[in-house]
Design a protein around this ligand. Structure first.
Ligand SMILES: Cc1cc2nc3c(=O)[nH]c(=O)nc-3n(C[C@H](O)[C@H](O)[C@H](O)COP(=O)(O)O)c2cc1C
Length: 168
């Protein structure tokens, strides 16, 4: 495990989110991973922050609300296309994504959520703010194209407590 500055992996992480996604992982009774394509790395309240956007119908959503912790694992040497597609289409309500589907849960250093062992870059986060998007404040174009069902994403602002690389 090699600690890195949270700014160092930013370009790589955003590029992965734009092209295939990264894994958002939660703990609780049963660890779960879901693919995310939206996320923001920045600075707020004097802390490094990773913001993830999760729709309320995701299994991950309830666990995030309950545990207040998450990790983000970024594919580095292997693209993990099949695993990202699986974690982005199957729900942890129906299937254990860490049991025989190509993903390995490894304990994180600081939080109860696991990291994905097949990934080489990880962020460990503790939630500072949970904020639902407000359709009334949204551009009509964004509202029309993304939220016909009004199932607005919830934003989870997580303090980046740890950022590191692992050997894959
Ligand atoms: C490339 C990709 C990116 C995605 N990005 C997001 C995202 O940012 N937020 C979200 O709520 N769902 C996103 N999804 C959908 C979830 O990953 C998907 O609904 C998943 O099955 C939810 O898993 P869960 O029910 O176990 O939480 C994405 C799916 C894919 C394939």
């Amino acid at each position: 495990m090699q600690r890195v500055d949270f700014l160092d992996g930013m370009r790589e992480t955003v590029a992965r989110m734009m092209h295939g996604g990264v894994f958002l992982n939660v703990g609780g009774e049963k660890p779960n991973a879901m693919t995310i394509g939206w996320g923001w790395i920045g600075y707020a309240w004097g802390k490094p922050v990773f913001v993830v956007a999760v729709r309320p119908q995701r299994h991950t959503h309830g666990i995030l609300c309950r545990t207040g912790e998450f990790t983000v694992s970024v594919p580095t040497s292997q693209p993990l296309r099949a695993e990202l597609a699986m974690a982005g289409t199957r729900s942890g309500r129906d299937v254990d994504k860490f049991a025989g589907l190509g993903l390995t849960a490894r304990p994180a250093q600081l939080v109860g959520a696991p990291i994905v062992a097949e990934c080489g870059l990880h962020y460990e986060c503790r939630t500072l703010l949970v904020q639902e998007m407000d359709g009334a404040c949204m551009s009509p174009e964004v509202l029309r194209t993304n939220y016909p069902e009004h199932d607005f994403h919830t934003l989870f602002f997580g303090e980046i407590a740890g950022c590191y690389r692992t050997r894959v």
